[in-house]
Design a protein around this ligand. Structure first.
Ligand SMILES: Nc1nc2c(c(=O)[nH]1)N(C=O)[C@@H](CNc1ccc(C(=O)N[C@@H](CCC(=O)O)C(=O)O)cc1)CN2
Ligand SMILES: Nc1ncnc2c1ncn2[C@@H]1O[C@H](COP(=O)(O)OP(=O)(O)OP(=O)(O)O)[C@@H](O)[C@H]1O
Length: 199
């Protein structure tokens, strides 16, 4: 099968798997993810503080980072200067809109909510980005929704440079080896409810 068809059929299969998780399984996974975030002290792994953090609003069975977000809001886990951002579609790339309890919201063309922010950040202005994954392998390969939004947004990024790119995924989204495309942006790590993998 040609590589793109292979990626497309894997995408359908893996999306079906994550959508089949029950609400209880999703809640447990989100709590375990918060535990892994604490245990692995990812925020202590860089020279500079991780002040600007991008996450996403879970959609289509994605592993939800909301417990990490709540924790950052309520306890200033990292530093009191930490601010949170969500992806906002901007042509074929992403900008990152600041969000807070007083944000106004807009629904994008995929039905996902985005905070309204006239001064949204460019991808390279962030310190840490949690990426939603459809699939991953243990070599740093990732499969997304197929829009290429994250790939295009972080195409200039070099490994170990800012921002740190961490994929979030359920264990059921792991495959042995993904068919990798030349434009795939390498991840710095993957956090699942069970473990953290550095690349
Ligand atoms: N939670 C979340 N937010 C995100 C992403 C994501 O993957 N997850 N994105 C990551 O890139 C961007 C949006 N990209 C997306 C690309 C495709 C679909 C999607 O559901 N596609 C449908 C077809 C919908 C249509 O064409 O109208 C599908 O494939 O079934 C959703 C989001 C930005 N925000
Ligand atoms: N840096 C880039 N420059 C130009 N086109 C790109 C780039 N990255 C990806 N694309 C295009 O975007 C489309 C989708 O890419 P791909 O299948 O890798 O999506 P994906 O893995 O689901 O990624 P994402 O999570 O970023 O949406 C491809 O057709 C590809 O040609």
């Amino acid at each position: 099968m040609p590589k793109n068809d292979q990626r497309q059929s894997l995408r359908q299969e893996l999306r079906k798997k994550r959508r089949a998780l029950t609400e209880q399984q999703q809640d447990d996974a989100a709590s375990e993810l918060l535990n892994q975030w604490y245990t692995n002290q990812i925020h202590l792994s860089t020279q500079t503080p991780l002040n600007k953090i991008a996450l996403y609003l879970a959609n289509d069975g994605e592993l939800s980072p909301h417990q990490i977000a709540n924790d950052i809001f309520s306890r200033d886990t990292i530093t009191p200067q930490t601010t949170l951002y969500l992806p906002a579609l901007n042509n074929d790339k992403l900008l990152f809109a600041h969000y807070s309890k007083s944000s106004e919201w807009h629904t994008n063309r995929f039905g996902i909510e985005e905070p309204v922010d006239e001064n949204a950040l460019l991808p390279n202005q962030l310190d840490l980005v949690f990426l939603p994954l459809v699939g991953f392998d243990e070599q740093g390969g990732r499969l997304g929704m197929g829009g290429g939004f994250y790939d295009k947004s972080f195409a200039q990024k070099k490994p170990k440079e800012k921002p740190l790119l961490i994929g979030l995924a359920h264990e059921c989204q792991k495959v042995n080896q993904l068919p990798i495309a030349s434009w795939d942006v390498p991840l710095d790590g993957i956090l699942t409810p069970e473990r953290f993998i550095w690349f």
